[in-house]
Design a protein around this ligand. Structure first.
Ligand SMILES: [Zn+2]
Length: 400
């Protein structure tokens, strides 16, 4: 069932019925009282009880068989380069593997692993535009990759940001990975980027690999990027008092990554909760990286934060969906009319001690992915990477 529909052309009408648990992605109301989702040509058109929604004339009907439906997961921090290949670990098809971990959208934090990456301003801009174009046109398994994220290099002027924005660049790679490492210089460039509609992320903590550097809380506060990138380090975390200070004094997104310090990640989560600001928490893998590539990284973070961080599992799913979509201004991440029809269907893994999906995640187990849908099209059935789901959704009718 790997390619149930062609990846091109409108998806027509999709009806998913018999959903056992509907996870909305919205922290204010993480579980919806609904069992049916309808989408037309890749957009959600209705969410509700079967008897209340119009499910006539569907091209594709899916029986969720009582399993859970969540928005497709969003990885807020990846480092793609070209194609479905990473030179970092010489690995092919890593993006397709993430699809099997429920990820339907990725946000680049910089294409910094390109061997011989240009560091002059013209080269930085050319790479950003090329990456933006290439990943706009190339979507392995349908995964949406928002790329073209230049890192700040010395000598960039406001005109460069205007030019990048006009060319379609919407993101900055991690501030601090390029030559600009001082708070003052970063602040000026981040402000130019923001003025021209380009969102920014800052590297937080010690150097990741030889060649990157320390960014401490003073630099993060001064630069004032839109996302406190890997607040739990990538891997080396700042001292916990600095992490607290960032949560308290910088109102920006708090990004927790898989390839970071888990203790620091749990501390950031608890601090955000104490502040009553869980809506700021977003998740990424920060991969490919020295630690490798983690197809299940977002699911693993959800299980970690729910089990050890004692956050209800339905809320932990919101960190990787609705929260990220809001912070990153994406049209996915929530189950509501008008949003992209990007879904992951899940069930508790076979032989988990949990009594149901949410309980299994609270116990620290990974869920089993049974199906992934992007833009209203079925992309995969049972995941090749997660532990097997107890029950799996199935396509019961498909007209072509
Ligand atoms: Zn980093």
């Amino acid at each position: 069932m790997a390619e149930a529909q062609s990846a091109s052309g409108p998806a027509g009408k999709l009806v998913i019925r018999n959903v056992g648990l509907l996870l909305s992605g919205d922290l204010r109301r993480p579980i919806l009282d609904a069992d049916t989702v309808v989408a037309v040509d890749g957009r959600i058109t209705a969410v509700g009880k079967a008897q209340d929604v119009d499910s006539e004339g569907a091209r594709t009907v899916i029986d969720a068989r009582g399993t859970a439906l969540a928005p497709g997961l969003i990885d807020s921090h990846v480092h793609p380069v070209f194609g479905d290949w990473t030179p970092r670990q010489s690995q092919l098809n890593w993006i397709d593997s993430f699809l099997h971990g429920g990820v339907t959208t990725m946000v680049s934090a910089g294409e910094v692993h390109l061997p011989g990456r240009p560091k002059d301003v013209v080269g930085v801009k050319a790479l950003a535009v090329t990456a933006q174009r290439a990943f706009e046109a190339f979507r392995p398994g349908g995964v949406k990759i928002h790329a073209g994220a230049p890192v700040l290099e010395k000598g960039m002027v406001e005109e460069d940001f205007r030019e990048l924005a006009a060319a379609g660049v919407r993101l900055l790679g991690e501030v601090g990975l390029g030559g600009v490492k001082s708070g003052e210089e970063a602040k000026r460039m981040v402000a130019w980027a923001r003025k021209h509609g380009i969102q920014s992320t800052i590297h937080t903590g010690g150097p990741s690999i030889p060649g990157s550097g320390l960014i401490d809380k003073d630099v993060v506060l001064e630069a004032d990027a839109d996302v406190i990138g890997h607040i739990n380090g990538g891997h080396t975390a700042l001292p916990l008092d600095q992490i607290r200070c960032l949560c308290e004094q910088c109102g920006r997104a708090i990004e927790i990554v898989h390839n970071g310090n888990e203790k620091a990640g749990l501390y950031a989560l608890r601090t955000a909760r104490e502040l009553g600001q869980l809506e700021r928490v977003i998740l990424g893998t920060d991969s490919p990286a020295g630690s490798g590539v983690q197809p299940l990284g977002i699911l693993r973070l959800i299980a970690l934060l729910s089990s050890l961080g004692e956050v209800p599992a339905e809320e932990a799913f919101c960190f990787a969906t609705g929260n990220t979509a809001r912070m990153r201004k994406l049209d996915a991440g929530l189950i509501e009319p008008g949003r992209a029809a990007d879904f992951v269907l899940l069930d508790k893994a076979q032989h988990s001690a949990g009594k149901d999906l949410l309980d299994s995640v609270r116990l620290g187990d990974l869920p089993g992915v049974g199906m992934v849908i992007i833009d209203g099209q079925v992309r995969i059935g049972r995941s090749r990477n997660t532990p097997p789901a107890e029950k799996v959704a199935e396509v019961v009718a498909a007209k072509h």
